[in-house]
Design a protein around this ligand. Structure first.
Ligand SMILES: Cc1cc2nc3c(=O)[nH]c(=O)nc-3n(C[C@H](O)[C@H](O)[C@H](O)COP(=O)(O)O)c2cc1C
Length: 366
């Protein structure tokens, strides 16, 4: 199948990407004390040099005491941390790439580390990590205001450092998603309520604050998912009308692109249509949409954590959906983790050189 749809330029909010391949955000836990190293810069630059259109960084913490659940995940605040991120963007630009940091707050999610706890209380809408599980205390109004300001300040830093765009991590059951989900948000104030429209207020306030911080012309992406790590079957929006109630306020608040996280990009979002999540986000809001999930691989990423290997898979279906205009950009995770040259190999038809995905790739920073 011709690859032109995947390797044609795309412009949103004044940012022109040379092709449609986005590197998906992938946590690497390789930044001691939150400071990205030269190895981290080289890891991203390697992908930039080999034809990735836009790199989204691993999730990186905003300035709240418990925004991260591991001390080796990078932070996006503090002098040494931002100096590290400056080296990253300079390396990516020198290699001809474009990059957005993914700004992250994990919320009520336990650390996997036995020897470490975050240096302050956990943040969450209602002190619940998943339905029926108490975890920490609900955020106060002051906590919420500070968290919103922390996202805005990190976005301003991204722009000041020279990043080409910024992405907010609003997916997978972390803080912003804990506000979206009625399973973790029981607030009765402005930031909670019976509908997804009510529960989108926290994300909308963050987007408004980010927009004010970066100005009208800077590209802002938000990553969302229906599924959560706490419940793979959860659906924030069980119908197109609910999806509109969820996404339109975010578009109105300043989101330029929706990064729609699915585990398998080809799965339709609602009965009666073969559009996937990104397809619906684009149709509803008219904004740019990024799809993701098992692109170019036979298996999906949660199973990969459990050790499942994947083989290279055909891109025909993806390209047909892209050609049809369902979505604009395609994020690729594990295939690019395994192989920095993935985009270049696909572009040049070197299919016989594509690699199997092995779990061991998650433990290295090549
Ligand atoms: C090692 C690893 C780390 C990840 N870390 C993040 C992250 O920091 N932020 C995020 O939004 N998604 C994260 N994800 C999810 C990926 O961005 C992507 O959505 C998922 O891997 C599916 O894409 P794939 O099938 O192409 O791998 C991670 C995935 C993997 C495999």
């Amino acid at each position: 199948m011709p690859l032109d749809a995947l390797f044609s330029p795309f412009t949103f909010k004044g940012l022109t990407l040379p092709n449609r391949v986005v590197m998906a955000p992938m946590t690497r836990s390789a930044s001691p004390d939150g400071v990205p190293t030269d190895e981290v810069a080289a890891y991203y630059a390697r992908r930039a040099a080999a034809g990735v259109g836009l790199i989204v960084s691993e999730g990186t913490g905003v300035a709240r005491p418990a925004s991260l659940n591991d001390p080796n995940i990078p932070k996006f605040h503090g002098e040494a941390e931002l100096a590290g991120w400056k080296r990253v963007i300079d390396a990516v630009h020198a290699a001809g790439g474009l990059m957005a940091p993914q700004l992250w707050h994990v919320g009520a999610v336990r650390t996997h580390r036995k020897d470490w706890t975050p240096p302050g209380p956990y943040d969450s809408p209602s002190g619940i990590s998943s339905p029926g599980h108490r975890f920490g205390e609900p955020m106060s109004d002051a906590d919420i205001a500070d968290a919103i300001a922390a996202f805005a300040s990190a976005a301003a830093s991204a722009k000041a450092l020279g990043y080409d765009a910024v992405e907010l991590h609003g997916a997978h059951g972390y803080l912003i998603d804990q506000f979206f989900w009625d399973g973790t948000n029981e607030r009765g104030d402005l930031f909670g309520g019976p509908t997804i429209g009510h529960r989108a207020s926290f994300a909308a306030e963050i987007l408004r604050a980010v927009r004010t911080a970066v100005g009208p012309d800077y590209p802002v992406i938000i990553r969302l998912s229906q599924w959560k790590q706490q419940d793979f079957a959860a659906k924030l929006a069980p119908s197109p009308a609910d999806m509109e109630a969820w996404l339109q306020p975010l578009a109105d608040a300043g989101a330029d692109a929706f990064h729609c996280s699915q585990r398998r990009f080809w799965e339709p979002e609602f009965d009666g249509s073969d559009l996937n999540f990104a397809g619906w986000a684009k149709k509803i809001t008219g904004k740019a949409a990024i799809t993701v999930g098992s692109v170019g691989l036979t298996g999906e990423f949660i199973a990969a954590y459990a050790g499942e290997a994947s083989k290279p898979a055909s891109l025909d279906r993806l390209i047909a959906m892209l050609e049809r205009g369902d979505f604009d950009l395609v994020a690729v995770g594990r295939a690019l983790l395994q192989d920095p040259l993935w985009a270049e190999k696909v572009r040049d038809g070197r299919n016989h050189e594509l690699l199997d995905f092995e779990r061991s790739a998650m433990a290295t920073l090549y």
